[in-house]
Design a protein around this ligand. Structure first.
Ligand code: GLN
Length: 567
């Protein structure tokens, strides 16, 4: 009897049992392996890219890999998080608002994920409290161990079952020692014990310092971090050392001695020019081979696909360059726009062009401190990305007016779609006081208004029009051509406001074409100007569906138009 079976039978026998290990029906331990990635020393080391890269390598070996991110914070999802502090809020097809690492997973693994691939402290506690109110804990005092940890393990095992995963790759957010992540570490320790030998593999991503005043690498911080992990009863199997330069053998040896990890499994993950070369670096360091050995999975070596290698080659050796202006409130933190930057990179790679971004702070334009012509004279295209609230919107409208009048390629994303409509209503249709009711409570012409379904909703969090939805594309339009003559496409949304249907006729009469609509309700989803080389606004976020091997067609069209404009 495996240890898991043992626990199950004990748990069944007595209500007094100290175990609380709910197991999904039909679950067999050993069928799914668990790769658990933790961090030490500090956050921000790129654990997400690391996890996605190992997942990709396992996938390349023919294994089904289901990634999951566990975040300790008490938010139920990432919907209410400020992107300026936490990076972009990524939206999945099922509508979950989540950490941007899920975007990295989707892009590297080239597949759609769901709410089963993301777990926060808030989500677990919500579940625990719900079960407690339902009397689900049979009169027990509800505790971190075994109840909270039990729910976490159940979540992982459900993911394993539902996705028929060969490997579940768990990324534990934050760093060992963070109070809010303690119970995740504890759950992982228990899981490894219950699943038994050969069914789990712990990787710790640590950091090797190289202070410039010393000019040499120091392993002490890494040693201390790994020690904290071991104090929790977790023995790492592999240690990935993040560092600026390749980690020396001496330092790897030192870390090996302190952590009981053979030096071959203490590997250097030093800085790279492009994140897309990380899988190759890990492969060269033999990490995928070690992981498979530890998990007793057959190593079926397959070369990385030609398509992927071509993509990497094209992103790392781009000959041309084009500059795109991006307006944004969170211009101080690039992570807030991670998916847009990636989507531009995917398209840029197709055209072997390096897409540079010029950040444009539109509040400065609004206040008259900067002038639109000066700001936009050296860019070949402009993006107005998603956003909330009034700040900077008048400056954005000025930039859009410039793009419209000067044939400068324009891509408006969500808020950028709405702002383009306001600009058109004011300056082409003559509706001088057109505005959005998000920016002004009672404008004379509310061309952008709250969605009817949103009117009744109070409070924030998970309540916008969210997730993947169909878009009906109008024949013989730019959008139709870009989407390869498809009449229905699926894109991801995250908005509360929309084009006010009352204004559709006047906008259309003046030349605006709505080339994408929702199938059953009058929600406008794509707008374009036929006479302009590229003027497209979308109510959705095409960046969420762009992948290295399948760039989003709208980004492709935009980048191509910008390259042409620059010539
Ligand atoms: N603030 C706008 C809305 O809620 C746009 C949202 C966005 O850009 N994601 O509709």
């Amino acid at each position: 009897m495996g240890s898991l079976e043992l626990l199950k039978s004990v748990a069944k026998k007595t209500m007094e049992s100290e175990f609380y290990t709910p197991i999904p029906d039909g679950y067999k331990s050993g069928k799914t392996k668990y790769l658990i990635i933790t961090g030490s020393v500090m956050s921000g080391l790129g654990k997400g890219i690391f996890s996605a890269s190992i997942g990709k390598l396992l996938q390349d070996n023919g294994y089904v890999c289901s990634p999951i991110k566990m975040d300790g914070y008490l938010n139920v999802d990432a919907g209410t998080l400020n992107p300026y502090r936490h990076g972009e809020v990524f939206v999945l097809d099922d509508g979950l608002e989540c950490d941007m690492d899920l975007g990295t997973y989707e892009r590297f693994l080239n597949k759609n994920l769901s709410e089963q691939n993301y777990l926060t402290g808030g989500k677990i506690f919500k579940e625990v409290l719900k079960r407690e109110r339902e009397g689900g804990y049979l009169g027990r005092d509800v505790q971190f161990i075994p109840h909270v940890t039990g729910e976490i393990k159940l979540f992982l095992r459900n993911l394993a079952m539902n996705t028929k995963a060969d490997v579940v790759a768990v990324e534990v957010g934050g760093t060992v020692g963070d109070i809010e992540n303690e119970y995740f570490f504890e759950a992982m320790r228990q899981l490894a014990y219950e699943e038994g030998e050969g069914n789990s593999c712990f990787v710790n991503v640590t950091y090797v310092l190289e202070p410039h005043f010393l000019g040499e690498q120091k392993s002490k911080a890494a040693q201390l971090g790994i020690k904290r992990l071991m104090e929790k009863g977790i023995q790492p199997d592999i240690i990935a050392c993040r560092a600026t330069n390749p980690v020396t053998y001496k330092v790897r040896e030192k870390i090996s001695i302190y952590s009981n990890v053979p030096v071959e499994n203490v590997v250097s993950c030093h800085d790279r020019k492009s994140i897309y070369t990380v899988p190759t670096m890990l492969k060269e360091a033999g990490i995928d081979k070690s992981v498979m050995e530890i998990l007793k999975l057959k190593n079926k070596p397959r070369p990385e696909s030609k398509e992927w290698l071509d993509f990497v080659k094209n992103t790392t050796s781009r000959k041309k360059e084009v500059t795109i202006g991006m307006t944004g409130k969170y211009t101080g933190l690039r992570d807030s726009y991670a998916s847009i930057i990636k989507a531009l990179e995917h398209s840029g790679s197709k055209f072997r062009t390096n897409v540079k971004i010029k950040w444009i702070e539109t509040t400065e334009i609004e206040k008259g401190k900067k002038n639109v012509v000066d700001e936009l004279k050296d860019v070949s295209g402009i993006i107005v990305p998603g956003g909330f609230g009034k700040r900077g919107t008048e400056g954005k409208i000025k930039c859009i007016e410039y793009a419209r009048k000067n044939n400068l390629p324009y891509l408006g994303l969500c808020l950028g779609f709405q702002m383009a409509m306001i600009e058109f209503a004011r300056n082409v249709c003559g509706l001088k006081d057109a505005n959005s009711t998000e920016m002004e409570s009672d404008p004379k012409h509310p061309v952008i208004d709250i969605l009817p379904e949103q009117k009744k909703i109070e409070g924030l969090g998970g309540n916008m029009r969210l997730g993947g939805r169909d878009v009906l594309v109008k024949k013989d339009t730019k959008a139709y051509k870009l989407y390869g003559n498809k009449t229905t496409v699926r894109e991801r949304f995250r908005h509360r406001y929309e084009c006010n249907p009352e204004y559709i006729p006047v906008l259309e009469k003046n030349g605006l074409v709505f080339s994408g609509k929702a199938p059953k309700v009058p929600i406008m989803q794509i707008l374009e100007l036929p006479k302009h080389p590229f003027f497209v606004g979308v109510q959705f976020h095409p960046e969420f569906t762009s992948r290295p091997l399948a760039p989003n067609p709208l980004y492709m069209g935009f980048v191509e138009a910008a390259i042409k404009f620059g010539k």
